[in-house]
Design a protein around this ligand. Structure first.
Ligand code: FES
Ligand code: FES
Length: 158
């Protein structure tokens, strides 16, 4: 199997690796880059747990190949909080609104909400529901997640 040299900016840090063409971005991030905050659930684009940001857009890392991320800017959930530990507003809103229980789905949901509300964007209720429909959560019943999403969309999250 041929190997490819890639360099990906992960949470502001250059990560270089030799990867097989078939390696997914999700596996690259967890195994090669050591960013285990993203979770791999279904591994075929259904659950949303593996969502990260690539060049500012929410992407399912199980559906993107590592070689496709070569030269791009990737942010995982570890890259959201400030160095002093202050949470990103999407994280804070999920915490404050009890949007998580076991936490398996949470990194993906946080990344989707962060991408959706980046640069002060105020998505509509329909857009929030549409984006969250791509995330499976077996624990919460979604009400806390929706409250967190609405707070973010209204710009009232910390
Ligand atoms: S692991 Fe990627 S969508 Fe489920
Ligand atoms: S909090 Fe457990 S799957 Fe969502």
């Amino acid at each position: 199997m041929s190997q490819h040299s890639i360099e990906v900016t992960v949470n502001g840090e250059a990560v270089r690796a030799e990867v097989e063409a078939r390696r997914t971005l999700g596996d690259f991030l967890r195994i090669d880059a050591g960013r285990t905050g993203l979770h791999l659930g279904c591994e075929h684009g259904v659950c949303g747990a593996c969502t990260v940001m690539v060049d500012g857009l929410a992407v399912r890392s199980c559906l993107m190949l590592a070689v496709q991320a070569n030269g791009r800017d990737v942010v995982t959930v570890e890259g959201l909080a400030h160095a002093d530990g202050t949470l990103h507003p999407a994280q804070q809103a999920m915490k404050d609104e009890y949007g998580l229980q076991c936490g398996f789905c949470t990194p993906g949901i946080v990344m989707t909400l962060a991408a959706l509300t980046a640069d002060g964007a105020r998505p509509t209720e329909a857009a929030l529901r549409d984006a969250l429909s791509g995330h499976l959560c077996r624990c919460t019943g979604y009400q806390g997640i929706l409250r967190a999403a609405r707070r973010l969309a209204q710009g009232t999250a910390a």
